[in-house]
Design a protein around this ligand. Structure first.
Ligand SMILES: Cc1ncc(C[n+]2csc(CCOP(=O)(O)OP(=O)(O)O)c2C)c(N)n1
Ligand SMILES: [Mg+2]
Length: 323
């Protein structure tokens, strides 16, 4: 599977956009400008970008509470996501949800679920619909390591395997579920080992390697599209931040984050790779970072200048409107 220089550059751009967006959003949250929770995905950019680039336009994605990167990679405008954080009417959900439940149906981004493991069965339902319609659509479900202990994970994967549904399960194993280290919430060494008990292929990969993620997901998507059944892909990453923007991660062993940052920062790894391959020059890298920052600042300005939703809007989109 050959990946062109242009594709690599596009992937790098998206990873930088996500990193810049998340760093800035976290900063804004810490300035006390946003309500609710904000779970950012620094350290997981390669999963979002690699996986989303491996699907086609008609495919469907169910994201989770750490999903901003999935949306940015799919093309949801940064300004609409930022406006949603601010609770503004111009946000993806008209300011009604905040960052945890982003929706962009037009781009096949059905919903991000703040219910841990909640999107797994929604994705299985979507894949069942595709199988009945024979529409050739594949559904992706993103979730964390913590979600793999939830009942819905077992029920969903079992049914998907049994019926050969066109769905790919992508576990972003970022070593923590809130403040609980993975070794303290499950005994298995590899989450992908669970796949065998449902009768589907399971694979553990380096989730900081965007090309590896892309190739692995692409293969699983092609398999699913031929109705050969689902795959469980465990992407090993590290959450380069606290659980949410208000969490400084004091429960982590001293130096742990720094160690991962030095060795497994996906953005830095890919940047070094592209520089050494001669795909990008240092000047081009700097330009990409500058453009990403400009896009994020425009998003912040748009969000701050946008209107609050009206009181009447509280009752809109709650129930299906008649006709
Ligand atoms: C069903 C359910 N239980 C508990 C919570 C509270 N909660 C929110 S995020 C989270 C941790 C999830 O960990 P993981 O699945 O590893 O995802 P990560 O946050 O690491 O991306 C928990 C327990 C919830 N939202 N939903
Ligand atoms: Mg986790």
């Amino acid at each position: 599977m050959n990946i062109s220089r242009e594709e690599k550059v596009e992937m790098f751009k998206d990873m930088v956009r996500i990193r810049e967006f998340e760093d800035r959003a976290q900063q804004i949250y810490r300035e006390g400008k946003l309500n609710g929770h904000l779970q950012t995905c620094q350290g997981q950019e390669a999963v979002a970008v690699g996986a989303i680039r491996a699907i086609s336009k008609k495919d469907i994605v169910f994201s989770n509470h750490r999903g901003h990167g999935h949306y940015l990679a799919r093309g949801t405008p940064a300004k609409k996501i930022m406006a949603e954080f601010y609770g503004k009417v111009t946000g993806t959900n008209c300011g009604k949800s905040g960052g945890m439940y982003l929706v962009d149906v037009k781009r096949g981004m059905m919903v991000a679920s703040g219910i841990v493991g909640g999107n797994i069965c929604l994705a299985v339902g979507s894949a069942l619909a595709s199988q009945i319609r024979k529409d050739g659509v594949v559904t992706l479900s993103f979730f964390g390591d913590g979600a793999t202990n939830i009942g819905l994970f077992h029920e969903g994967l079992n049914m998907a395997a049994l019926w050969n549904l066109p769905v790919v399960f992508i576990c972003e194993n970022n070593q923590y579920a809130e403040a609980t280290k993975r070794e303290e919430h499950q005994k298995i060494k590899k989450i992908s080992d669970r796949a065998i008990s449902y009768g589907m292929p399971g694979v553990t990969i380096d989730g900081t390697d965007v090309i590896k993620v892309y190739k692995t997901v692409k293969e699983a998507v092609e398999r699913a599209r031929r109705y050969k059944g689902p795959t469980l892909i465990e992407c090993v990453v590290y959450r380069l931040t606290g659980h949410s923007a208000g969490d400084l991660g004091a429960y982590r062993p001293k130096g742990e984050e720094e160690k991962w940052r030095e060795t497994y920062d996906p953005v830095r790894i890919f940047q070094t790779q592209l520089l050494s391959e001669g795909v990008l020059s240092q000047i081009e890298v700097e330009r990409i970072i500058k453009e990403a920052r400009e896009e994020v600042e425009e998003a912040v300005q748009f969000a701050e200048e946008s209107e609050e939703p009206s009181v009447e809007m509280a009752y809109q989109y709650v129930y299906q409107e008649k006709n």
